[in-house]
Design a protein around this ligand. Structure first.
Ligand SMILES: C[C@H](O)[C@H](O)[C@@H](O)C(=O)CO
Ligand SMILES: [Mn+2]
Length: 413
């Protein structure tokens, strides 16, 4: 507390109100992805061989194998993260004794998740699952040349939107329904246009039915390449950017889905001029879309800075997308999500007016000196205060709690 009071005075000297920053941070929900808890396996009773070019590596003990185990791990993890958040579910995480194929899923198969979300005061987000299925083994789904395969996936897409809308109605909070398909070609295709026309037509068919935006929001996610689709990804950035603008959907920017030298934070202000809302998949690519757990590193700090500086927090849905099976899965969730929050807090504690004034008069020296000096400000004390107010642990106590829970789940084998 004393440390916080002294930090508060230091920030006040820079013209920054720490109380306002803490209040804003408490309002920002992060959509935590269910698939970190079980290495993107899901709970279907059957699955195909196609991984869609994504891969969780590692064999750390304690993987959640059932919806109940996953919910227990999530409850523990949310308990370690300050604030109220959301869960991002994939369609392959259905909870039912039945064995519906992807084109047969219904709201009832996910009702237990909604009941649980209500109990836990969590929002939900949703994703159709266009991978890990025999009908995705060609690495083509919505753009497949075979009409029958396209129709199968279109039906899956329609049902997912419907399920998402019902979830949103039940929870009183719009569910973002994000479409990502693995479609692409290992070697250079000769008719890219035909694939993209088919993908566009399939997306239009999926979205033919209008849903209330208070219940469900459509999002589309682009990608640069994946394993097995190195030569061409049908749903490229340009494809989906155009699609999202023309159709007024959200555009999902996954930080692992661009060339490693691109700065994804730089894209926010550009796409925000043409889109109402944005979805983020905050991730950490290492050499490729490796989905490492996010660190409090420059890429994440810059993303948070852009969200605050460009005033985009109210129209950006912050989702996470990483999966690491070499470390405790619950620790990955907790530390990764808290890193996103720490980055947001640092951004909320920056003296933006002063920095922007310096830039607008081309005083780059002042901008340079200030952006470097504020790196020394006592962010840790403000973060600790936030955690104390939200009654969650920090530092060694947090590490001990995470280790204790990991020990408990290791008995699962
Ligand atoms: C499991 C997710 O849908 C997936 O990670 C997708 O969002 C993606 O980023 C694929 O590379
Ligand atoms: Mn993603």
């Amino acid at each position: 507390m004393m440390q916080y009071e002294s930090a508060k005075a230091v920030f006040a000297d820079w013209g920054v109100d720490t109380e306002a920053a803490l209040a804003k941070l408490a309002e920002i929900p992060i959509s935590m992805h269910c698939w970190q808890g079980d290495d993107v396996v899901g709970f279907e009773q059957k699955s195909g061989s196609s991984g869609g070019g994504i891969q969780a590596t590692g064999s750390h003990p304690g993987r959640a194998r059932t919806p109940d185990e996953l919910r227990a791990d999530l409850e523990f993890s949310y308990g370690m993260i300050p604030g109220n958040h959301r869960l991002n579910l994939h369609a392959c995480y259905l909870d039912t004794d039945q064995n519906p194929d992807r084109d047969e899923i219904e709201y009832g198969h996910f009702a237990s998740w909604v009941d649980w979300a209500k109990e836990q005061r969590l929002g939900l987000d949703f994703n159709p699952t266009f991978f890990a299925h025999a009908k995705a083994d060609d690495n083509l789904t919505l753009s497949h040349p075979d009409q029958g395969i396209r129709d199968f996936w279109i039906e899956h897409g329609k049902r997912s939107r419907d399920i998402a809308a019902q979830m949103g109605a039940a929870l009183g909070s719009p569910v973002v329904n994000n479409i990502w398909v693995p479609d692409g070609y290992k070697d250079t295709p000769v008719d890219r246009m035909a694939s993209r026309v088919r993908l566009e037509q399939s997306l239009d068919a999926i979205r033919a039915l209008k849903h209330d935006k208070a219940q469900m929001l459509d999002a589309v996610e682009s990608k640069l390449f994946g394993i097995g689709v190195e030569a061409c990804t049908v749903g490229s950035h340009e494809f989906y950017m155009g699609y999202a603008i023309r159709n007024e959907t959200l555009l999902c920017l996954d930080m692992g889905h661009f060339h490693p030298t691109e700065n994804v934070a730089d894209k926010l202000s550009s796409v925000a001029l043409s889109l109402d809302e944005i979805l983020l998949h905050v991730s950490r690519p290492m050499r490729w879309d490796s989905d490492h757990v996010i660190l409090l590193d420059d890429a994440i700090l810059q993303m948070a800075q852009e969200l605050v500086s460009a005033n985009l927090l109210d129209r950006t849905h912050i989702g996470l997308d990483f999966f690491d099976a070499t470390i405790s899965r619950t620790a990955a969730w907790v530390i990764g999500t808290r890193n996103m929050q720490k980055a947001l807090l640092q951004a909320l504690l920056a003296p933006w007016d002063e920095l922007k004034r310096a830039e607008s008069r081309l005083d780059f020296t002042t901008r340079f000196m200030a952006t470097e000096e504020i790196k020394d400000l006592p962010y840790g004390a403000v973060w600790s205060e936030f955690c104390a107010r939200m009654e969650v642990a920090t530092g060694k106590a947090l590490i001990a709690d995470l280790a204790r829970y990991q020990k408990k789940v290791e008995a699962r084998g």
